[in-house]
Design a protein around this ligand. Sequence first.
Ligand code: NAD
Ligand code: MG
Length: 401
Amino acid sequence: MTASGHSQSPSAPRRIAIVGATGTIGVNCLDVVTHLPGRVKVVGISGHSNIDRLAEQARQFKPDWVAVSEPDRLEEAKSKIPPNIRLLAGGDALARAVSAPDIDMVVCAIVGAAGLESAWAALEAGKDIALANKETLVVGGSLVTGLARERGAKLLPVDSEHSALFQLLQEPGALGRVERLVLTGSGGPFRGKTQAELRDVTIEQALNHPTWKMGPKITIDSATLMNKALEVIEARWLFDMGPEKLGVIIHPESVVHSFVEFVDGSVVAQASPPDMRLPIQYALTYPERVPGPTRRMRWDELRSWHFEQPDRQAFPALDLGFEVAARGGTAGAALNAANEVAVARFLAGSLPFMAIPKLVRDILEGHEHDSRPDLGTLARVDRKARQEAEQWRNTMTTTAR
Ligand code: NAD
Ligand code: MG
């Protein structure tokens, strides 16, 4: 029996739903699936606005259902999704579909706090989740990990750093012997730039990530280092590790995905070329390892890996991650909502790059903190922080570009 109660013989494929199938992670996940014939069956997929891609995926993978979350795209979906596939509309229908008895695992690949609802529904139904949507843990914190524990559902990290840590901590009792978890980060497109140089960066420059091809929101988060801040919070909840035991080091090649330092001083690392298909596959086949499509190390080309300390002056977003990890409660929901709006405003050209961490800090510090929120409180904090972030006016002297 799987955690969901759906019986599964060793030879039966794992039955998965992919929410956010049309995004970068979703597309990579479907590519992994094609390389694991007989191991994984795609039962359902969801998308938001890219209906052409969703329809193409539906024709190729023949799921039982396809869900569309953007109401304005439903008519288009009706005309494009093959008629023999069940078409679901809206968040409630998606939440019911991922909770159905025939699902073993849900791949959570929606971007932003919008991913919390389906992840929560899946966990509530006892489904294992392959979690790419880090915002679920940033916003939901201990409520999410508590629910997974209570329902006996596994939280399998897909974020490459957290997958690395998870892989390094497989030995029974390993977590209890940890001195420090150190997340690596590429440093993004602006590594080495000073605060002054960052004032004038453009949207195009910020979207040009050196090592990873990702959706626009996480790409901007990587440029501000807010992504690393979100990952510190994610690690805090995923591994139940206080922020004093978490660290961040910059590693431009993105080959070493994280380090674990144990109490005896031994440090172990997980390394592989930057390719999200590895952490996705590890979550899909966990606890097994099988050959797959992931890029391989080129040992004949390997010369050196570089590491440097993050520049906390130029990238003030990073400290916010440690602060929010220490504070808990509603802080993650406020930080995340403010950041989502700030990134959208930057991408719309109405906020300069360096205003992103400033806006987020202002909203975070001004929010009414609750140390033991329920889901309803988190939703209210999210809404209020979004409203305030929309209205926030930049008092910095630079112009928006
Ligand atoms: P993306 O923008 O490429 O894809 C986002 C997906 O979410 C799409 O399928 C879209 O249809 C769906 N979506 C967007 N808004 C929605 C809404 N309001 N309701 C329902 N669905 C919605 O993003 P991505 O790069 O694939 O990232 C997805 C998640 O994975 C993010 O949380 C990101 O932080 C995380 N992640 C991504 C990478 C990566 O390499 N891309 C690595 C680590 C973690
Ligand atoms: Mg990551």
